[in-house]
Write a protein that binds this ligand. Structure first.
Ligand code: FE
Length: 337
């Protein structure tokens, strides 16, 4: 009887072991199409099952926070170093212990304490109306406040993290007072009240509502790849200009990942992250969204290659998070809606 119970115990232990297959719970703010094919490949290669929850960055972070110690979240994938820094500041993440990730990802594209890492890069630069703007007059973010551009700039609202991070980078370079003067200059040169996303700013230039738009590069890449007549008109008439090429370089940011503080599947989360910086996956991940890989040996999409090469601002992106609060206050004082 006792023996029978003993064997039943072993049997159920073996059963529950085999039922509890290795898994990793991923909270992601990226579009499914960007990530699902990679996750399927990861599952096939490793036998680790990926449970994907998609949502907005702020909603996913609130969810991890409210779930607390019992949160099933292992990995958070989102865009912008500002968001990842916030996750760190709110105590939602932990150290990513991986020599492979530390050596594969450039230092400026990851948190100094390895609380998050970049997985793709994007630049935020200027796009201009080819028939109305002489690119010789364009040079730097700083010069966008010149009288030349009065009433000619389209840019989205200050509530958007991409603009907050751009302003945060300027604070690092010029200090708060000069950056506030710059933000006021941008507001004075706006063609209209900020409305819509980056793609809307590019479309507004094509439609003649403004002559310059600030946008992330991959939105332009998507339009370049589009078959739609409207989108073709945008890329035929609106061109990229890489800012600050004679000094620090164009502003760049990342999409990236962090491991949740109470991750129940830490080792599997590391495995998934390491998979994502392999050359093949980097090429795919960067290519589907027209971003730049963080691993130098990976390839850039032909579409994005057509924008030419550029020098990027070599700033540790944790600074964007550190300066975020000041950036938001500066934009507020500048009346940047
Ligand atoms: Fe975006």
């Amino acid at each position: 009887m006792a023996l029978a119970r003993y064997f039943t115990g072993i049997l159920s232990a073996v059963l529950s072991l085999s039922l509890a297959a290795a898994e990793v719970n991923l909270y992601s703010s990226r579009k499914d199409i960007l990530i699902v094919p990679l996750l399927e490949q990861f599952e096939e290669q490793t036998g680790i099952e990926v449970n994907l929850i998609t949502g907005k960055a702020s909603a996913l972070m609130s969810r991890i926070k409210s779930e607390g110690e019992v949160s099933p979240a292992d990995l958070l994938i989102t865009v912008d170093a500002g968001n990842l820094h916030r996750a760190k500041a709110e105590g939602l993440v932990q150290v990513i212990q991986s020599e492979l990730l530390e050596s594969a990802i450039p230092e400026v594209l990851r948190d100094p304490q390895m609380h998050w890492v970049g997985l793709t890069r994007r630049a935020r630069t200027i796009f201009y109306a080819e028939d109305r703007v002489d690119p010789k007059l364009l040079s730097t973010y700083e010069n966008l406040v010149d009288d030349e551009w009065e009433g000619r700039i389209c840019i989205r609202s200050s509530s958007n993290i991409y603009n907050q991070s751009l302003v945060a980078s300027l604070i690092e370079v010029h200090g708060e007072d000069a950056t506030e003067a710059w933000a006021k200059g941008i507001v004075a040169n706006m063609a209209r009240k900020p409305t819509g996303g980056d793609t809307d700013q590019l479309r507004a230039v094509a439609a003649g509502q403004c002559d310059l738009a600030i946008s992330n590069t991959y939105y332009y890449g998507r339009l370049l790849d589009s078959e739609r007549a409207n989108d073709k008109k945008v890329v035929d008439t609106v061109k990229v200009f890489w800012l600050n090429q004679n000094d620090r370089g164009a502003h760049v940011n990342i999409s990236g990942a962090a491991i949740a503080k109470y991750a129940p599947n830490y080792d599997e989360a590391i495995k998934l992250l390491e998979f994502m910086v392999s050359e093949e996956v980097q090429s795919y991940y960067a290519e589907v969204n027209h971003e730049f890989p963080v691993v130098g040996s990976a390839t850039v999409s032909a579409t994005i290659q057509s924008l030419g090469t550029f020098k990027s601002h070599d700033l540790n992106l944790s600074i964007l998070g550190k300066n975020n609060k000041s950036a938001v206050m500066i934009m507020d004082r500048a009346n940047w809606q």
